[in-house]
Design a protein around this ligand. Structure first.
Ligand code: G6P
Length: 613
């Protein structure tokens, strides 16, 4: 939700800022704007619409400033319009601010400021911030270099909600100030120049060295130094972290869309995620985990908590952990979990999955379980992200930067990592026969090659999509792990093709949804679980009898029995099968979206990283 970019250095800021915004556009794309420090004060250029529209704004090419802040918006308060776009200025035009997050008490603050003579020009929650900074700044009689820091600190103390802020002041023409609470912000350190971004990939081509701020930590950036302060304005030191992502990993590399590229990157993402966790003839290892048998035996319940696609990966993780470790696992949607007073104690292990590591609900759920005494383990794709700093333990998927809003390679990498984690637990607990563990490990190692094979269905799926793109409703069916994959496949289709779809556990069909099946409706089924194949085939026959068109993704040999299309995929262990069976369905969603002429990477109303509740 909303992307922010900042630059301070010797180069013209505008092209760097716009370039950064274009790379961050997956976070929000209804308006964009920049503010630069010009010789005659702060300039602000902004408008509704996509980032590229900034190139058409009058005078944008004349900006000379070498310090600037920028924003791409995902509207929360106030519809997309020029007035509501960021950056926002205070009434005296001394301060320019961009903000990601939500100020929950902005109505009270606005009323307070109006009482004190301030005027508002937008409907945003953000506009209170520059004015509140001005309020405190003008009341401070001191004239030292920390005056802005004090005003921003006081402002932050008044704000309820979440925020990542960049502040420019025309009184400090060689500095930029940033602070965060519950919204992402990274600082990239360059040589004689420094960068700010919501996410690492947007500035990866400039630097690989990053600082990560904790809640209520402030940074004052100059061209050649960065000073950090805590909430009481004590100077603090922060460690730099080097990120080993390749800058070109955040480019399209010849693919038409990021999503297609990321679908095809899956064999490698899975390979990288397996990494060195499965050494030959040895126990599975995780560098960051040192769980003892006694500790794991003390765990009587595991919660897996996440949002969206990550939650779907968790559903398959549940199957793997329950089967191999014999510990009950509940999977929860983070936004529900955090408000339903879950039963948690010191014998609970809570696993949080988040590609970005910045999803607000997932982080809040993690904080809740920590406060109740649980052990917390985060699974993330982004080193240094908020969730990895909050959790007791952290393990990583190595999918590389995922840019398309619809998640693909992060999902398959998460399912892979959860399976490896289940083996890690099972080996310590000695809860599964050794021979079975060896079998699964071998299967895991064969998965990258099997994913390559699965991708060969691409053209077949592309052709099938041509018959499907005008559909209004699509149903996905499966049982067991295949039901979990159905949920993810249905989400993919909704997200990028805007076709209504439902995923049902195939056995539930007769309890209601079959009433919706009529001539010509498409039903997609997934069949990989040996024990449940016969049952699902019966359900497919039931929908064929009622006139449905059927597509089946399977690793079994099926009688064709009037099925319209069967897409074969390689066989594998049940809890791993989602990694392969989702691939044709990711491609299906992709090609349907293309047939409809939609923007695959930036679907309407969605954002990659949901940093508000
Ligand atoms: C958004 C994205 C989804 C993602 C979900 C959770 O809705 O569009 O692709 O699955 O957030 O994101 P996370 O970064 O926590 O995995």
């Amino acid at each position: 939700m909303c992307g922010i970019i900042g630059y301070i250095g010797a180069q013209k800021a505008t092209p760097i800022l716009i370039n950064g915004l274009l790379r961050l556009e997956y976070r929000g794309y209804d308006s964009a704007g920049i503010s630069t420090m010009e010789k005659n004060g702060l300039s602000v250029m902004k408008d509704k619409g996509r980032v590229k529209n900034l190139y058409d704004l009058d005078g944008i090419n004349d900006l000379e400033g070498t310090i600037g802040i920028a924003h791409t918006r995902w509207a929360t308060h106030g519809k997309p319009s020029k007035e509501n776009s960021h950056p926002h200025l205070d009434n005296s035009k001394t301060f320019a601010v961009v903000h990601n997050g939500i100020i929950e008490n902005y109505n009270d603050l606005r009323a307070f400021l109006i009482e004190n003579g301030y005027t508002f020009y937008s409907q945003t929650d953000t506009e209170v911030i520059p004015n509140l900074i001005h309020y405190y700044y003008s009341k401070d009689a001191e004239k030292d270099e920390f005056k802005l820091l004090r005003a921003v600190q006081k402002t932050c103390k008044d704000l309820k909600g979440s925020f990542a802020l960049q502040v420019l002041s025309k009184d400090l023409p060689d500095n930029m100030l940033v602070v965060r609470k519950d919204s992402p912000l990274v600082i990239g350190k360059g040589n004689g120049e420094n960068y700010i971004s919501s996410d690492i990939p947007a500035i990866l081509s400039f630097t690989k060295d990053f600082y990560f701020l904790n809640d209520y930590e402030f940074a004052i950036l100059s061209r050649d130094k960065i000073d950090f302060y805590d909430i009481d304005l004590n100077k603090i030191t922060k460690k730099i972290k080097s990120i080993d992502w390749n800058a070109s990993a955040a480019d399209k590399n010849g693919y038409e869309d990021y999503m297609l590229k990321e679908i095809f990157e899956q064999p490698n993402a899975i390979r990288e995620t397996i990494g060195s966790h499965l050494p030959e003839n040895e126990r599975c290892t995780f560098e960051n985990l040192n769980f003892s048998k006694a500790f794991l035996q003390s765990i009587n319940k595991i919660y897996i908590v996440a949002c969206g696609t990550a939650m779907h990966a968790g559903l398959t993780g549940k199957i793997a952990i329950e089967q191999l470790c014999n510990i009950p696992v509940s999977v929860d949607i983070a936004s529900e979990f955090r408000y339903r007073n879950p039963i948690i104690d010191k014998n609970t292990l809570c696993i949080y999955i988040s590609q970005s590591g910045e999803t607000a609900d997932t982080i809040a759920a993690l904080k809740l379980s920590k406060s109740k005494g649980a052990t917390t383990l985060a699974i993330s794709n982004v080193i240094g992200s908020s969730i990895t700093r909050e959790a007791d333990y952290c393990i990583y998927t190595h999918a590389g930067p995922e840019i398309a809003v619809a998640s693909t390679k992060a999902y398959t990498s998460q399912v892979m990592l959860l399976n490896i984690l289940a083996i890690y637990f099972a080996e310590i607990l000695e809860s599964t026969p050794y021979s079975e563990i060896v079998k699964i490990k071998n299967e895991i190692l064969s998965l990258p090659a099997k994913a390559e094979t699965t991708l060969k269905c691409c053209n077949e799926i592309k052709n099938f999509a041509k018959n499907m793109y005008q559909e209004k409703d699509v149903f996905f069916l499966g049982r067991g792990v295949d039901y979990n994959t159905s949920l993810e496949a249905s989400l993919k289709l909704k997200e990028i093709s805007y076709i209504h779809s439902e995923a049902y556990a195939a056995g539930e069909l007769k309890h209601g949804p079959i009433a919706l099946i009529e001539n010509g409706i498409t039903v997609v089924s997934i069949l990989t679980d040996e024990l449940l194949v016969e049952k699902t085939i019966s359900n497919i026959q039931e929908v064929i009898t009622r006139g449905a068109n059927t597509l089946v993704i399977t690793n079994k040999t099926l009688p064709s029995n009037n099925i319209d299309k069967i897409v074969p995929i390689p066989d594998t262990h049940t809890s791993l099968s989602s990694i392969l069976s989702i691939i044709p369905l990711q491609l299906l969603a992709y090609y349907i979206s293309k047939e409809k002429g939609l923007d695959v990477d930036k679907p309407r109303n969605l954002a990659k990283s949901v940093t508000v509740e």
